[in-house]
Ligand binder design. Structure first.
Ligand code: CP
Ligand code: NVA
Length: 305
């Protein structure tokens, strides 16, 4: 049987996404119910960037499934400098049964998947963060009756987190308003493909450059850092360009009453979000927790029998 990877959500069908959400719901209720599925299997976490949530949630998820985990920091592998992604994939996949990779260049995780004999999961690249987006849709589903009647505003940078969230929402019929400054819109081809898919699922996507208009009437308001890992030298410019795009009380006043605040974390209070993120309408820690349940479902689908 051909091995399956999770590199971005473009190649995942709506049915596959809903199956993961359903399985994650069961696993959240019974975290140890599949504790032998990864028995005698090893998952390698090959990370080029730091991580709290992705690393820990994958490690714990794999342990709950009975597997063994190897964390490989940039120092151990040094992919790209010490060895090519092809050599890394060909060697590591002879030792382990699955790889989670966090990379700078999306092309590197594509190459890893191409040459690896075992499933490769994208644990964040400059282009996509599929595990985050699947967990976010799961968290949204815990808070609404019908995904199809839901509208989420994403405010901030058109980055990896947004790219994957667009696809996840499109494929599950959630409508999206995207509010970014000029020049920070999501990539054209990703946005057009996602809005086309959204339309076919009865959802509507809209782009805004006015954050107040983008948030207006929404059920959820989502943001991410203005400066992603690897963009540190643009930080000063970005702080200037994103002024007015902070999620705070003024912005939340125009969202629906009791709209919920989301952030993939890490958060920079005082930049993309005020301390409103610590208030009662914030569901950021549920999002973080749900990474573990959803990724357990992903590991089962990709590495289970
Ligand atoms: N949201 C997320 O991926 O967090 P980490 O970078 O800490 O893994
Ligand atoms: N956009 C952020 C997400 C971190 C989880 C980054 O890539 O750094």
């Amino acid at each position: 049987m051909k091995k399956k990877d999770l590199i971005s959500l473009e190649n995942m069908s709506s049915k596959e996404i809903f199956d993961i959400l359903k399985l994650a719901k069961k696993l959240k209720r019974e975290p140890l119910s599949k504790k032998h599925v990864l028995k005698d299997k090893t998952l390698a976490l090959l990370f080029q960037k730091p991580s709290n949530r992705t690393r820990i949630s994958f490690e714990v998820a794999a342990v709950h499934l009975g597997g063994y985990v190897l964390y490989l920091s940039p120092r151990e592998i040094d992919m790209g400098s010490r060895e090519t992604p092809k050599d890394v994939a060909c060697v590591v996949s002879r030792y382990v049964d699955g790889i989670v990779a966090r990379v700078f260049s999306h092309q590197d995780v594509v190459e890893l998947a191409r040459y690896s004999d075992v499933p490769v999961i994208n644990g964040l690249s400059d282009l996509a963060h599929p595990c985050q987006a699947l967990s976010d849709v799961f968290t949204i589903s815990e808070n609404v009756k019908k995904l199809k009647k839901t509208r989420i505003a994403y405010i901030g940078d058109g980055n990896n987190v947004l790219n994957s969230l667009l696809m996840a929402c499109a494929k599950t019929g959630i409508s999206m308003n995207v509010g970014t400054p000029e020049g920070y819109q999501p990539l054209g081809h990703i946005y057009s493909e996602a809005s086309e898919i959204a339309r076919s699922n009865g959802a509507v996507f809209e782009l805004f450059t006015d954050p107040l208009k983008a948030v207006s009437g929404c059920d959820f308001v989502y943001t991410d850092v203005w400066t992603s890992m690897g963009q540190e030298n643009e930080k000063e410019k970005r702080l200037e360009d994103f002024k007015g795009f902070q999620i705070n009380e003024t912005l939340m006043k125009v969202a629906k009453k009791d709209a919920l605040i989301m952030h993939c974390l890490p958060a920079h209070r005082g930049e993309e979000v005020s301390d409103i993120i610590d208030g009662k309408n914030s569901i950021i820690y549920d999002q973080a927790e749900n990474r573990m349940h959803v990724q357990k479902a992903i590991l089962l689908r990709l590495m289970g029998k």
